[in-house]
Write a protein that binds this ligand. Structure first.
Ligand code: GLU
Length: 476
């Protein structure tokens, strides 16, 4: 396998993530970035970030920022870059000139209409439409006279025979016949280079050793390999990762599925949960489902990448998020949810410490948004519904609540002592737990559902509990 060869030779690993900044960072992109990053880290190599921004109509600075933000949030730090293709135009022109000079590229003066007519004729004849080589220089061939009213494109002189083969790290051996490949346009009439050419030049200049990307690029690979060969460059290894399918087994869709990485931040996911989840989409390490990025780095050597498509499973992601919320430091979670609680109108003054409240809820939430909402219990005015009060705060409850309140004056302020006090009061009045717990919940929090009431009471503090009880208990 490629990796063990590398290891034994102590070779340098250089990977790259090369997004086109045309939207946000989507989960498929984040997953290939994660694989490239983890592989570079595994071998102590270099992870390069390259922004493929040559599509001027679709690339935006906001999309560049969205990619940088997404990578940063996930903690996928690059070691080199970001390199912007638009800033490398001089280099592409230089390589184009070299290729023209060496004869691996040539000027083609066919107009777009002529190329279309050529294709139409081929389609009619039942052939695969392709450039017919009108301007392709060959030994002894006489080229047409150069038109003076037209700027040429530059075409790559693709080999006519043989095949391009590579041993795909994910898909195994792939072979494409050269006759399937056209003489690709590598520069437009205005001299701007085209996509596959730029990628090949960059991968060569940036000395990329392993190209890990989505399998929607498989068709580009033979073209890029031919260009790299023409440049005399060392070929990287290629690994084409199958796409991620949505819950319905179809391609992930913007409309149906949450596909933007930053949406997961908004929805209250922790980056470590999303990373752990993405790692398992198309890669495995035995039966391990839960692992840290340090473990992934230790394990990720491009083996055990699956060649079939992975299906997105929101429940599993939610389960992992709950797992990581449980592990997360309470203070970190507090800092994460405080802004949202502020927008929900939280009053923090004179209320329990947020980190302590988080400890009470973190086991039972799937997202930090849910955590923020749950924690609000302690930070908003409790306004119990009068109808519910009438139902639960009965005459019998009044008496028990009064005794509980006087017990609260002296009881040791701990969860277990408060639970003990509640039990005493219940026994004294031969009541069942809900007959005291429900009125307490309503009065103290305005809700009928809360975590264990003794824990809630402990956190609220003696003074706050007594003052709220006093509001609901008519003086004797
Ligand atoms: N810019 C391409 C994309 O965003 C990726 C190119 C590559 O990885 O080779 O799909």
């Amino acid at each position: 396998m490629t990796h063990s060869i590398l290891q034994s030779q102590g070779a340098v690993v250089r990977t790259r993530f090369a997004p086109s900044p045309t939207g946000y960072l989507h989960v498929g992109g984040a997953r290939t970035a994660l694989f490239s990053w983890a592989f570079a880290r595994h071998f102590g190599g270099t992870f390069v970030l390259r922004i493929e921004d040559t599509d001027l109509e679709r690339s935006t600075p906001e999309a560049v920022q969205a990619i940088l933000d997404g990578m940063n949030w996930l903690g996928l730090q690059h070691d080199e870059g970001p390199f912007y293709q638009m800033k490398r135009m001089d280099r592409y022109r230089e390589v184009l000139a070299q290729m023209l000079e060496q004869g691996s590229a040539y000027h083609c003066y066919c107009s777009p209409e002529e190329v279309e007519a050529m294709r139409e004729r081929q389609r009619e004849a039942g052939d695969k439409p392709r450039y017919d080589g009108t301007w392709r220089p060959e030994a002894g061939k006489l080229l047409p006279p150069v038109p003076t009213d037209r700027k040429p494109v530059i075409r790559f002189k693709n080999p006519l025979d043989g095949e391009v083969t590579w041993n795909d790290v994910v898909k195994g051996k792939i072979a494409i016949a050269n006759r399937e490949l056209d003489d690709l346009v590598i520069a437009r009439p205005d001299g701007t280079p085209t996509y596959n050419f730029c990628v090949a030049v960059d991968d060569s200049d940036m000395q990329i050793t392993h190209v890990i990307r989505g399998d929607d690029h498989v068709n580009n690979t033979p073209r890029q390999i031919n260009i790299l060969n023409a440049l005399g460059a060392t070929l990287p290894f290629y690994g084409h990762v199958p796409m991620i399918l949505g819950t319905d087994g179809q391609k992930l869709s913007k409309r149906r599925d949450a596909v933007s990485v930053m949406d997961y931040l908004d929805k209250g996911f922790l980056p470590e949960a999303l990373l752990n989840y993405l790692a398992r989409l198309g890669w495995s390490h035995g039966d391990d489902e839960v692992f840290s990025m340090d473990q992934m780095i230790a394990w990720f050597d491009l083996t055990h990448l699956s060649s079939s498509a992975a299906q997105f499973n929101p429940e599993k992601l939610a389960w992992l998020n709950n797992h990581y919320i449980k592990l997360a430091d309470n203070q970190r979670l507090a800092d994460l949810i405080r802004p949202e609680m502020q927008t929900l109108g939280a009053q923090f003054e004179g209320r329990p410490e947020l980190a302590a409240v988080i400890a009470l809820f973190k086991e039972r939430v799937q997202t930090t948004r849910e955590l923020a909402q749950a924690a609000m219990l302690f930070y908003r005015e409790a306004k119990p519904d009068p109808a519910l009060c009438a139902q639960h705060i009965t005459e019998l409850a009044h008496v028990a609540l009064r005794d509980f309140a006087s017990g609260c004056l002296a009881v040791e302020w701990s969860k277990s002592a408060i639970a003990g006090l509640m039990k005493e009061v219940l026994a004294q009045h031969t009541l069942k737990m809900p007959q005291l717990a429900m009125p307490l919940r309503l009065i103290l929090t305005g809700q009928l559902q809360t975590p264990s009431i003794d824990a809630v009471i402990e956190l609220m503090g003696r003074e706050a509990v007594l003052s709220r009880l006093a509001q609901y208990l008519p003086s004797k």
